[in-house]
Structure formats: structure tokens, C-alpha cells
Ligand binder design. Structure first.
Ligand SMILES: *Cc1c(COP(=O)(O)O)cnc(C)c1O
Length: 468
């Protein structure tokens, strides 16, 4: 019998930039500190809910507390000159237009569109672009429902920050499931749909249902798994337990299960503390009881979780709860990266030390992994080959699936924090995949998938349909 965790309901209350003065715990800060926070919150997104403030942040330890760093604007997130200019504008009560203009200028300097997020990954159907979708890796389509484009609380390092400050005007968002269904019908090579955002779990169950139910049709039997990328299990576990439509959400997961598909909650857990409250544990238990699994992923972030014991504790708690450690990501090359980034060499060291401290059950995790333009690149180790110290890299995912699982080598570099700062080892002038990436760019990144004449249908021993 699973142990039953009983939790009391709680109303959702949220604070944004204009409510900073109203957050009771912030009273401990002086006016200058609050002003610096407001200055940063004018440039980078800020949104926090009461549960995070009351249950996850240790206010005796601010500003160093990891969840405080994860959710509240920090003065170091802007270059010093920019911070001062912003503070100055606020101090002399400049108008909204002037503040907004200055904020836009600073935002443009923070590499808002890394890895060609906006223009490179939008799929087409009969030549028509389908906004709100991304199809970068053959077997998985990402879907961004328009009503799931916010979060219960924003992470300070969020790589999707431009859409939350209005830079992207929700370019990603899709209004209806119709185009998703049409695209999937034409793409039997896809076997996984990943709902992402924002956070799809900000949607009411009845809205989420409108997107998920059409995927259960028999004609889409090549869809094996439906994934939901979400931070709600950490920031608002009530979504799965006591919210009005939590029960209905469980019924939806059960329906997907009954339709012979798998639901995976891809939970973003940054720190073991997020798994400590009884309600957070109850959320996982309920999801599992509805026939779904919880897989866990997060980036490695300086000041939040850049420590091996933190990751070992995180993975061990996940194992206790039956959740599966999945990815450790490298902080992306956008936004306040200079504040949060960790060199790849150090990331690998933290990963390896933590990995050694868990049993094989925790070694389902892969990392540190960079989601870069050519694919997901794993920093797999350090080696010496013919006297040259190198990083051993490996594609976990790639735009060309023949690259998947391929190992390659970069010159060792203690400071590098991203793929574009690495150089190929052994005197190579460029990466072996570079000519293909150039060709893909020239051709508008159209992948050769989806042409039904190029895939073969096969029925497996289990009666599943497979396309290869
Ligand atoms: C990570 C990612 C996926 C999913 O990759 P998995 O290895 O299957 O988890 C799909 N699309 C994009 C663009 C991604 O970054």
C-alpha cells in the first residue's frame, strides 16, 4: 500500500515586479537593496508565488539561499554600469517609456535568441510554418500551447526569458491542437510529443485536455509518449494535489494510460529542498498512482546548485520517491549567464562526484549536457590522447540522427562554458559536423523526415506500429 500523504489546500497567490513592496519577507531589506531588485526586475522577468516564499526559501540565509537566488532578482545579474543606469532611472521616477526603452537596450545585449531558437526550428506543413511547434530531433516534437506560456514562478536564469519580458510576443505559442494533429499525421517518424512553455501546467485541466485528447486517436498510434515539461511539482505541487481540477488532471493521465500511451512529467527540480515539503512528495505520488512517471531534469547553476552533494542529495531524494533522474543541463548562453554559468570542466567534476555517490538507480541521469545548435552535446569526460588533453564529447541528440551517440573531441579548456568556446582537438580546423550545419542553414533547416515514402511501417511482436 502506498503511504498516503494528506495535505491541506492552499490558494495560489502570486507576486510580480509591481508587488515587490508587498512581499512580507522582503521587509528585511533596506531601500537600496529593494531598489536594485526592482531595477533588475525591469529588465529580466520576475514572478514568484507565496508557496515558494513561505516553504522553499530559508529567509535566515538570504541573499545566499539557493531558492532565493533561483527566484528573486539579484543585483549581480546585470552588468554594473547597466544596473546603475536602471537604478538611476527609478530613483528619479523616470517615465515608463524611458524605463522600457532602456530595458529593451539592455535585453538586446543579453543574447536573447541562442541556438537559433526562434527562426531555426519551426516546422512546416505543406510549406506553411507552424508557430508554436519545434521539430529539431526526429522522434520528438515540442509543442508550446498558447495558454501555457507563463509559469507559477519564474527562474532567474530562465533561457526563455525573452518571451516573458515581451521581447518575443509569444512567437512560440500555438492556439489550437489542430495543427499539431495534422503535423503528426504527416510525420509517422515522431513517437514523442513534449508539451513545454512557459509551463503547460499553468493551464487548467480542461484546457490541457483539449490539446492532449486528440493525440489519443488511433490514427496517431505512432505517438508512444506524451511528455509535459514543468516546474509545477517544485513551485506549485498543489496543481497535482488539492487544486480544484487536480483530480480531473489525474483522470486525464489515466485516460492517456488507458489509450496505450505513456505520460511522463518532465519535472524541473533544481534543488533537493524543492522535494522536502509533504505536498511536493504527495504530488509525485499522485502522478504515479495515475499511471504516469516523473523524470527529473535541471541545469547546473552557480549559486543555486553548483555543488556535488546538492546533486547527490537531489538524485537520492528522487530515487526515494520513485522519480527518475534524467538530465543535468549546462546553463545556456543567454540572459544573465555571466552570473550563473559554471565552466564545463567544473560542471563535469560536480557531475562525476555526485554520480559516484548514487547507486546505479541514480545513474539514469545524463550530463552535463548542452542544448546547442547541432544537438544535445554531452561532456562525457576528460582524456589524454597522444599527449593532448581533451574533452570527450558525445551527441545525445542531434539534428542528423546518424550523429546520435557519436563521440568526438575538443581541446581541453578549463574556462570554456559553452560549445562555441571549445575548439576541435588534434588541430582540426572545424568540427566534422560543421559543413552539414552550414548546408542545413542554407536549406532553411528542412529535415528529410516526414516523407512517408521514406519510412517503412512495421508491426512489432507487441502489436505496436513502428516506422523506420
Ligand atoms: C531535449 C530536447 C528534446 C527531447 O530530448 P530527449 O533526449 O528525448 O529528452 C526534444 N527537442 C528539443 C529541441 C530538445 O532540446
Amino acid at each position: 500500500m502506498p503511504k498516503k500523504i494528506v495535505v491541506a489546500p492552499r490558494p495560489f497567490r502570486v507576486f510580480t515586479r509591481r508587488d515587490l513592496d508587498r512581499i512580507p519577507q522582503l521587509q528585511r531589506f533596506g531601500n537600496d537593496e529593494l531598489l536594485a531588485m526592482k531595477a533588475v526586475a525591469n529588465v529580466l522577468p520576475f514572478r514568484v508565488n507565496e508557496y515558494v516564499c513561505d516553504e522553499l526559501i530559508d529567509w535566515e540565509r538570504v541573499p545566499d539561499d539557493p531558492i532565493f537566488q533561483l527566484t528573486f532578482p539579484q543585483p549581480g545579474m546585470l552588468p554594473p554600469g547597466e544596473l546603475d543606469r536602471m537604478i538611476d532611472l527609478l530613483r528619479r521616477d523616470a517615465g515608463d517609456a524611458e524605463i522600457q526603452r532602456e530595458a529593451r537596450r539592455i535585453q538586446q545585449g543579453l543574447n536573447p535568441h541562442p541556438a537559433g531558437q526562434v527562426e531555426l526550428n519551426v516546422p512546416r506543413l505543406d510549406g506553411v510554418p507552424l508557430p508554436g511547434m519545434q521539430h529539431k530531433y526526429r522522434e520528438t516534437v515540442l509543442f508550446f500551447p498558447s495558454s501555457g506560456q507563463t509559469c507559477h514562478t519564474y527562474c532567474t536564469y530562465c533561457f526563455r526569458w525573452p518571451q516573458f519580458v515581451g521581447l518575443d510576443e509569444l512567437k512560440f505559442a500555438a492556439r489550437e491542437a489542430d495543427s499539431l494533429v495534422a503535423y503528426l499525421r504527416a510525420h509517422p517518424e515522431v513517437n514523442s510529443v513534449l508539451f513545454t512553455g512557459g509551463d503547460p501546467m499553468v493551464m487548467k485541466t480542461r484546457v490541457l485536455r483539449r490539446y492532449i485528447e486528440p493525440l489519443l486517436a488511433p490514427e496517431l498510434d505512432h505517438i508512444v509518449s506524451i511528455r509535459i515539461g514543468t516546474k509545477a511539482p517544485a513551485y506549485w505541487p498543489q496543481r497535482f494535489t488539492t487544486d480544484d481540477d487536480a483530480d480531473d488532471l489525474m483522470r486525464l493521465f489515466e485516460e492517456v494510460h488507458a489509450a496505450g500511451r505513456h505520460v511522463a512529467i518532465m519535472a524541473h527540480y533544481s534543488h533537493p529542498r524543492e522535494l522536502a515539503p509533504p505536498v511536493a512528495q504527495a504530488a509525485i505520488e499522485r502522478v504515479q498512482n495515475a499511471g504516469a512517471t516523473v523524470r527529473c531534469q535541471a541545469p547546473l547553476i552557480r549559486r543555486v546548485n553548483d555543488d556535488a552533494q546538492t546533486w547527490a542529495d537531489l538524485w537520492k531524494r528522487q530515487i526515494v520517491l520513485g522519480a527518475v533522474p534524467y538530465y543535468m543541463f549546462v546553463e545556456r548562453d543567454t540572459g544573465p549567464r555571466q552570473y550563473f554559468e559554471v565552466p564545463l570542466a567544473r560542471a563535469l567534476d560536480i557531475f562525476t562526484t555526485a554520480y559516484r555517490r548514487v547507486s546505479g538507480l541514480g545513474r539514469t541521469v545524463r550530463g552535463p549536457s548542452m542544448s546547442a545548435t547541432p544537438g544535445k552535446v554531452l561532456v562525457d569526460g576528460i582524456a589524454e590522447v597522444h599527449g593532448e588533453k581533451v574533452f570527450v564529447l558525445k551527441f545525445l541528440q542531434a539534428r542528423d540522427q546518424t550523429w546520435v551517440n557519436r563521440v568526438f573531441f575538443a581541446r581541453y579548456d578549463e574556462q570554456a562554458t559553452w560549445l562555441d568556446q571549445l575548439r576541435p582537438a588534434f588541430g582540426e580546423k572545424e568540427w566534422w559536423f560543421q559543413p552539414t550545419i552550414r548546408a542545413m542553414r542554407r536549406q532553411g533547416w528542412q529535415p528529410p523526415w516526414g516523407d512517408r515514402s521514406r519510412v517503412r511501417k512495421r508491426v512489432t511482436n507487441f502489436g505496436h506500429v513502428e516506422w523506420e
